[in-house]
Write a protein that binds this ligand. Structure first.
Ligand SMILES: *Cc1c(COP(=O)(O)O)cnc(C)c1O
Ligand code: SF4
Length: 336
């Protein structure tokens, strides 16, 4: 049973009170430290444990294999080296045109406005990315604007990170106002996992900011498992319902977390309850430290076949891989 201790707290208070100590996490979950702690401590040196308390409330106690726990608990297997698993699998450093600008696809680019996330996901392909060197400063804005204006094919900006919803509403407003001054930008996309792990981030002010923009707003969430979507979280998403706002979800297929058709089908229906449309189902990017989450491609194909057979088309996410240098995400079904 979840007791909703933290959900009503102000999100900034919660964000300043994350769990970062593996020992504390294992204590809360009544898990034995002998097996898990030493690996956790080692792996969290490379990429720190970071998780909001509300998310931890959704983890089943005394279950070391809980699918939510596996996504956040540092593991000794992360320290293994494996052929083909590299620091920058997507060639992002090369695609970096200006500080904060990651332009790979024609009509849209990622604008990374913060390096911080509300949660550290162990499989994350950005875990090694040198954010701090890459964040745009105030004086970079004019260069970004010039860049956009010299690429008339750009009609959409994707706020990314890190996680763009870890910044304050004031700062977010400032970015939105800047982008609104450029007439060619019709769509603002926000890629964020924060509302999933810290649903109170969807506060009244954020809701207002998004509803009043002249740009169409697409909020792309990142949830991998139906247990992440408790009733409180779903109610929060309902407060975003508005003709100007669309909600999508991207998930990553992860061994031990959501590698069954049943789980993925449940996830889609749970998203549907929250008025979120499944968008992408990514296969894992081969990032150093994430090998133990990877699945063999025939197995992925089999699961996806079963997902197709058990959902209406509008609840089936597109199965894709991101391949460095390609002009779009690569559809996988039948090809992987
Ligand atoms: C994934 C990604 C996008 C968005 O791709 P869509 O297919 O439009 O969702 C845009 N730019 C970069 C650099 C990306 O990695
Ligand atoms: S929230 Fe997103 S960017 Fe941040 S660690 Fe998780 S997957 Fe990576």
């Amino acid at each position: 049973m979840i007791n909703y201790l933290y959900q009503e707290q102000n999100w900034k208070t919660q964000l300043s009170d994350l769990i970062t100590d593996p020992e504390e996490l294992l204590d809360i979950l009544n898990l034995s430290k002998d097996q898990l702690l030493s690996g956790s401590l080692l792996a969290s040196k490379a990429f720190k444990l970071r998780v909001p308390r509300h998310f931890v409330e959704k983890i089943k106690k005394e279950d070391p294999l809980d699918p939510l726990l596996l996504q956040i608990l540092p593991h000794h297997l992360e320290l293994e080296e494996h052929d083909g698993y590299v620091v920058d699998p997507l060639g992002e450093e090369e695609a970096n045109q200006l500080p904060g600008v990651l332009h790979k696809y024609k009509s849209r680019f990622l604008l990374t406005i913060t390096g911080a996330c509300a949660v550290h996901c162990r499989y994350c392909f950005r875990r090694h990315f040198p954010y701090q060197e890459n964040l745009p400063k105030s004086q970079d804005w004019l260069n970004i604007k010039t860049y956009i204006e010299s690429h008339p094919e750009i009609n959409e900006i994707i706020l990314s990170g890190g996680d763009p919803l870890t910044i304050s509403n004031e700062k977010l407003s400032l970015w939105i106002e800047r982008l609104e001054t450029i007439q060619q930008i019709k769509i603002l996309r926000i890629h964020s996992r924060t509302p999933i792990v810290l649903p109170s981030r969807i506060d009244n002010e954020l809701t207002k900011i998004l509803k009043k923009s002249r740009m169409r707003i697409i909020l792309v969430l990142h949830s991998n498992h139906p247990n992440e979507l408790d009733d409180f979280t779903i109610e929060k998403f309902k407060s975003l319902l508005h003709p100007n706002i669309m909600l999508f979800n991207q998930a990553v297929m992860l061994k031990g977390v959501n590698d069954s058709a049943q789980t993925l089908v449940k996830l889609s229906y749970r998203l549907f309850e929250a008025h979120i449309t499944p968008y992408y189902l990514h296969v894992l990017d081969k990032v150093k430290g994430a090998h133990h989450f990877d699945l063999d491609s025939e197995y992925v194909d089999d699961i996806y076949t079963e997902v197709l057979a058990n959902l209406p088309g509008y609840l089936v996410p597109k199965l894709v891989r991101e391949i460095a240098g390609e002009p779009n995400k690569t559809p996988l079904y039948g090809k992987s």
